[in-house]
Design a protein. Structure first.
Length: 210
């Protein structure tokens, strides 16, 4: 997740609908998959709303703790993304991972919120990393995290933080990518099934690039 990537693509292509894979690509060497492209979206890239809605619903229904309970309706998911697009700008950014060939199927998304406080212009928060359940184990999360870290560092934000569900698979991913666990808050929130779960807090110090 933390390798520097090429500069952000400027123009986002229109997505095609998310489709089911016949089998796990890792178990099917003959299945050729298109390269992954990381794209920073703007408030004008509304063509991605249907695919982002599908992505959020898929993650929540797979048990991800993203602030929603299952079942999540399309109306709720779409309303959430409209709110995200309305916030995009100087202090909030959204990147997507999509296939770089063809119409560009959406694979995942991530957000970065930069603290606007005068005494905290050195830090930011990584929010709502999502990878479609059919696209796991192909490095999507790692590339999204790498892009966020690079973007934050180039803006002088050398300290990042995030929170995730404690004792989840995500914890192992963040630890593998060099993030430090600061602790956990018990009974922090309900998971997608309505059960109280602890939240794990992570941080990472980035190189000074500016």
């Amino acid at each position: 997740m933390h390798v520097a990537l090429s500069p952000t693509a400027i123009h986002a292509r229109a997505p095609r609908a998310l489709t089911s894979l016949a089998s796990d690509a890792a178990a099917s060497p003959s299945l050729q998959r298109a390269p992954i492209e990381i794209v920073k979206l703007t408030s004008r890239d509304l063509q991605w709303l249907p695919a982002l809605t599908n992505l959020l619903i898929d993650n929540v229904h797979q048990g991800a703790t993203l602030g929603f309970l299952a079942p999540l309706s399309r109306y709720q998911a779409l309303d959430y993304w409209h709110g995200v697009f309305a916030r995009l700008g100087q202090h909030h950014a959204l990147w997507i991972a999509c296939e770089s060939e063809g119409p560009g199927r959406l694979l995942g998304a991530i957000q970065l919120s930069l603290c606007p406080l005068a005494n905290a212009h050195h830090r930011g928060e990584v929010q709502r990393l999502m990878v479609h359940s059919q696209e796991r184990s192909r490095g999507v999360a790692g590339q999204l995290m790498a892009r966020v870290e690079t973007a934050a560092a180039t803006q002088g934000r050398f300290l990042l933080q995030l929170e995730t569900c404690a004792d989840s698979q995500a914890e192992a991913v963040f630890a593998h990518l060099g993030w430090q666990r600061a602790g956990a808050i018990p009974d922090h929130c309900h998971d997608a099934e309505g059960q109280l779960r602890a939240a794990a807090l992570y941080w990472k110090r980035l190189p000074h690039l500016v």
